[in-house]
Design a protein around this ligand. Structure first.
Ligand SMILES: Nc1ncnc2c1ncn2[C@@H]1O[C@H](COP(=O)(O)OP(=O)(O)OP(=O)(O)O)[C@@H](O)[C@H]1O
Ligand SMILES: [Mg+2]
Length: 292
């Protein structure tokens, strides 16, 4: 079946756009392409649920046993973006008087599971200029000292699949370090990474219940995907509404593998082509051209 999105009369040509996109319609082609490529936050349902869950973890009263979270999902699918959006939102809640406080730190898991490198990463993020100095015990001591000082309430550890680069023993030591950090500082820790890492984490019962998993799977090829595409396109300042067929959407799903990052990239290129071409109308032909 080929379901064409009906051609809209000129006066309704902008109705599908977000206010920000509509406001940008007067800009030059170049500026609009730049804007499209800069990307905007698309508030899809799963992302909103995960942000609420993060807030729930963040707001928990301090206890001997803090519950963190694992955000697991395939690559290029929006995990890090959700965390960044959450942090940006929380930043809005920090008043000037709190400037020295840090509600959360975001770090990447070191390239292999080394507790010493973990401490260095945490210290660096916390602003310790001598983050690399000292023995592992000294670093641990500084971490335990600095984090309560800055009022840290949540720690994000992205790229947790890097633990896979170590031996089973090294991974175990690394996870124990994290657990003890979380216990001592009464700090919820959020792990972010691909599913294969989560598989390893699941073999440890303590990790399993301290960091329950929420998943961010690839998009299925159904109505929700169509809605996602519509939401992305609503942020693109093109003079005419897009005209995409069900077949084109199905093809886009296949090309992107249902990965949000892939979808956004193809749509961005296609939109740029439609602007450069002067037609300003995103049709299946531009989607196909954008695959190259
Ligand atoms: N909510 C969103 N709104 C708009 N675009 C998004 C959104 N989430 C992700 N994207 C797009 O998808 C791309 C990939 O997202 P992100 O880097 O968050 O994926 P990831 O799951 O962390 O991938 P990896 O596992 O490789 O680190 C982003 O660069 C951005 O273009
Ligand atoms: Mg990421």
């Amino acid at each position: 079946v080929t379901v064409e999105i009906p051609r809209t009369p000129p006066e309704a040509a902008r109705d599908h756009l977000t206010p920000t996109a509509r406001a940008a319609l007067g800009r030059s082609a170049e500026e609009r392409i730049h804007l499209i490529r800069s990307g905007s936050w698309i508030p899809y349902p799963r992302a909103q649920q995960i942000r609420e869950r993060l807030r729930w973890v963040f707001d928990q009263p301090p206890s001997q046993r803090m519950t963190g979270l694992t955000l697991s999902g395939p690559t290029n699918n929006g995990k890090t973006t959700i965390i960044r959006a959450f942090m940006a939102e929380m930043n809005g809640h920090v008043t000037a008087a709190d400037a020295e406080r840090r509600d959360y730190l975001y770090i990447e898991t070191p390239p292999f599971p080394s507790a010493s490198m973990l401490f260095t990463a945490i210290l660096t993020a916390a602003g310790d200029l001598k983050a690399q100095k000292g023995t592992m015990t000294q670093k641990m001591f500084r971490v335990q000292h600095i984090l309560p000082q800055i009022g840290l309430r949540m720690l994000f550890l992205d790229e947790i699949h890097n633990v896979l680069a170590g031996s089973q023993k090294q991974t175990e030591v690394f996870l124990n370090t994290l657990k003890s950090l979380s216990n001592h500082l009464r700090l919820p820790v959020v792990l972010i990474g691909t599913e294969n890492a989560v598989h390893v984490l699941r073999t440890d019962a303590q990790v399993l219940n301290r960091f329950p998993t929420v998943e961010l799977p690839y998009w299925p090829s159904d109505a929700s995907f169509h809605q996602l595409v519509r939401a992305v396109l609503s942020t693109f300042p093109l003079q005419r509404p897009p005209r995409l067929t069900a077949a084109a959407l199905q093809r886009l799903h296949k090309v992107s593998g249902g990965a949000l990052g892939g979808v956004v990239q193809v749509l961005q290129r296609a939109a740029a082509l439609a602007i450069k071409d002067g037609s300003e109308e995103l049709t299946p032909k531009f989607l196909e051209a954008a695959e190259v």
